[in-house]
Design a protein around this ligand. Structure first.
Ligand SMILES: Cc1ncc(C[n+]2csc(CCOP(=O)(O)OP(=O)(O)O)c2C)c(N)n1
Ligand code: SF4
Length: 424
């Protein structure tokens, strides 16, 4: 069966928008190439076309306006893996703002495909002209029409050295053309001429894409199709995986977990939040679970909140985000401030552990207030809370956490060690 790439029932575009044609045909093209969603990295730019990323089951990255090509280039170079497909979606506005990135990516032969959604104007902000707007084309902010022809990015990218460059129109099923561009090695670019019904058609009544393209002398053709040496440096061929290599932790215990648990720990910088989180996931690994850990803290890492998002799962984890944690643990006022919005969204079946010294936030979750800071001290409140949480939920043996704790530096704290031994 074909892999499903678009997981949203509806697409977020206005009726008749060319962006929908590109998205639907992209799914079909990826299916034709028998790619797996996890082998595709879709980088989108700012603009209407970019809001599609939420609908795709691939890896997605949403960049700053005009910077998606630079992001895609970095991802492609860092991955250094020809089995992964990096695709960049950018509008004509983003392509204007990030023109240099496009030329450099063509020149360096980054292994990726850039799909320019050229609707000849800035759609999301109300139809300003871009440097791709054809001569005479009117937009809401340029009712007299553009004074010069737009850039011919296909010629520019070809001259810069791209391996495959083609311009097409977003009419009908364009999956064949997309699949062809996606299957090329090195840098490929597909410029897709589209119409924005909301601003383009309104400003140019009776507009027909085919006619406009013809009248403006915009050529619909393959500009280049050649072998190009994909970007690679000596150092890069030795680049390790971007993800931390697997920790060598042997399974010693048995977890009793049927579905993933998502945790959100929130406390203060310097109070051991990250190290407590690290111990907990190590215990998970010792119990044979798959785990992820993601830290969040301000750029000034020594002050303010320190939070950690954990997932422990019996199955492989493909996405490390935790939009709805199952449990939240809050040990300080900084942590509460940072986590408050998420706490307010918790449903009745979720758990909130909170230090008793803190104000009780509004929540539907089961609230468990404990003297964590008072008993274990501010520095150890989080690890103490994690022991309590495991005692309540018992999805892995307490022995696992105790063993990992015993091997860690913090067990050198005699008072804490005694407290753990006497309490759990
Ligand atoms: C650097 C920068 N400049 C301007 C904006 C404001 N902005 C947001 S969306 C947008 C228009 C996007 O147009 P385009 O890239 O053509 O994509 P479309 O909406 O047509 O799909 C602009 C100008 C921004 N977010 N960042
Ligand atoms: S405003 Fe234009 S570009 Fe944006 S979704 Fe609507 S039709 Fe498409």
């Amino acid at each position: 069966m074909d892999n499903q790439f678009i997981i949203s029932e509806t697409l977020p575009f206005c009726k008749g928008c060319g962006h929908a044609t590109v998205s639907k045909s992209t799914e079909k093209a990826l299916q034709k190439l028998e790619l797996n969603p996890t082998d595709v990295i879709l980088v989108t730019d700012i603009g209407c076309h970019g809001i599609i990323d939420k609908a795709f089951a691939t890896h997605t990255v949403h960049g700053l306006h005009g910077r998606s090509v630079a992001l895609g280039s970095g991802i492609s170079a860092g991955l250094n893996n020809p089995d992964k497909k990096v695709i960049v979606f950018v509008g004509d506005g983003g392509a204007t703002i990030g023109m240099q990135h496009l030329i450099d990516a063509s020149h360096n032969g980054f292994n990726m495909t850039v799909v320019i959604h050229n609707n000849m104007l800035y759609g999301m902000t109300g139809g300003q002209p871009s440097e791709f707007t054809p001569e005479g084309f009117k937009t809401p902010t340029l009712p007299e029409g553009a004074q010069h022809p737009g850039y011919d990015i296909c010629s520019l990218a070809t001259q810069a050295g791209a391996s495959y460059v083609r311009r097409i129109t977003a009419i009908g099923d364009i999956s064949e053309e997309l699949a062809e561009a996606f299957s090329r090695k090195g840098f490929s670019l597909l410029e897709i001429m589209e119409i924005c019904p909301s601003y383009g058609v309104k400003s140019n009544p009776g507009l027909k894409l085919k006619q406009l393209v013809k009248d403006a002398g915009i050529e619909i053709k393959i500009y280049v199709d050649k072998e190009q040496k994909a970007f690679q440096t000596q150092e890069m061929s030795n680049t390790p995986e971007l993800l931390t290599p697997k920790l060598n932790i042997e399974k010693k215990f048995e977890a009793k977990l049927e579905k993933p648990i998502r945790m959100f720990l929130s406390g203060s910088a310097g109070e051991g939040v990250q190290s407590a989180a690290e111990l907990f996931i190590r215990a998970g690994m010792k119990s044979g679970l798959h785990v992820t850990k993601k830290g969040s803290y301000p750029v000034t890492v020594g002050v303010g909140f320190s939070a950690s998002h954990l997932i422990l799962s019996p199955d492989e984890i493909l996405y490390s985000g935790s939009p709805q944690p199952d449990v939240m643990i809050v040990t300080s006022a900084d942590g509460l401030k940072f986590a408050r919005k998420q706490i307010e969204k918790l449903s009745e079946d979720k758990i909130l552990f909170i230090d008793e010294s803190l104000e009780k936030p509004e929540t539907k979750a089961q609230l468990i207030s404990m003297p964590l800071r008072k008993e274990a001290g501010a520095r150890n409140a989080m690890i103490f809370a994690l022991f309590h949480y495991l005692q309540k939920e018992e999805f892995m043996p307490m022995e696992t956490l105790k063993e990992v704790f015993g091997e860690s530096k913090i067990s050198g704290n005699k008072k804490l060690k005694e407290l753990v031994e006497s309490s759990f």
